[in-house]
Design a protein around this ligand. Structure first.
Ligand code: IMP
Ligand code: MG
Length: 191
């Protein structure tokens, strides 16, 4: 990342190449564990890039569906479903695809909702796991990368809907972003 005097620059924490290796590994694990098929439920919008790469590297044919949630108030863990699944998951083998597990509150809510529908099995596959931040213990069967307590952006992850399209994961500077949500744009795209 280029320092052009615009405040702390974002730091690359997972490169494009490392992402590819991590996603390859997860695709291999899922392909080996679900030879009879699986329904991947991706949580919008953060997990879209991850899902797109993951399914293209799987050696089985998964079904995919999407769920969108919205929080009532940041950090309270009170969320609601704003776009529900199209399919009935009763008796299905389901893997929830998440971008990042932070406190675990969102995941706990979603797992509660999905479990009430009585899937045959329900596991979680998360690209990133910020373990030190966990408030609720959460069972995450498939983890791409365990990361430190950084605010991360890119490869689906956003700040105010920005930075999702980066092909790597960077740690952003929340103070700069709170001042200006585009604070890192020039640093990232300056050549
Ligand atoms: P949790 O309920 O605290 O586990 O929060 C999970 C959600 O918060 C994720 O699905 C993301 O949407 C968001 N989130 C948590 N940490 C980060 C981060 O470092 N960058 C961007 N979004 C994050
Ligand atoms: Mg999310």
């Amino acid at each position: 990342m280029v320092d052009i005097g615009l405040g702390p620059a974002p730091r690359v924490i997972i490169t494009t190449e490392e992402l590819r290796e991590g996603v390859d590994r997860l695709a291999g694990e899922l392909s080996a564990d679900y030879t009879d098929g699986v329904l991947l439920v991706a949580v919008l919008k953060g997990s879209v890039l991850f899902l797109a790469d993951l399914v293209r590297r799987m050696r089985i044919l998964p079904e995919i569906d999407f769920l969108a949630i919205s929080s009532y108030a940041e950090g309270t863990g009170r969320v609601r479903i704003v776009k529900d699944l199209d399919v009935d998951i009763c008796d299905r083998d389901v893997v929830l695809i998440e971008d990042i597990i932070d406190t675990g509150l969102t995941l706990t809510y979603i797992l509660g909702e999905l479990n009430r529908r009585q899937p045959r099995s329900l596991e979680v596959c998360a690209l990133l796991d910020k373990r030190v931040r966990r408030i609720v213990p959460t069972p995450v069967r498939y983890v791409g990368f365990a990361i430190e307590d950084d605010f991360v952006l890119g490869y689906g992850l956003d700040y105010a809907e920005r930075y999702r399209n980066l092909d790597c994961v960077v740690a952003g500077d929340l103070n700069s972003l709170r001042d200006d949500r585009d604070a890192h744009v020039k640093q990232i795209f300056a050549e």
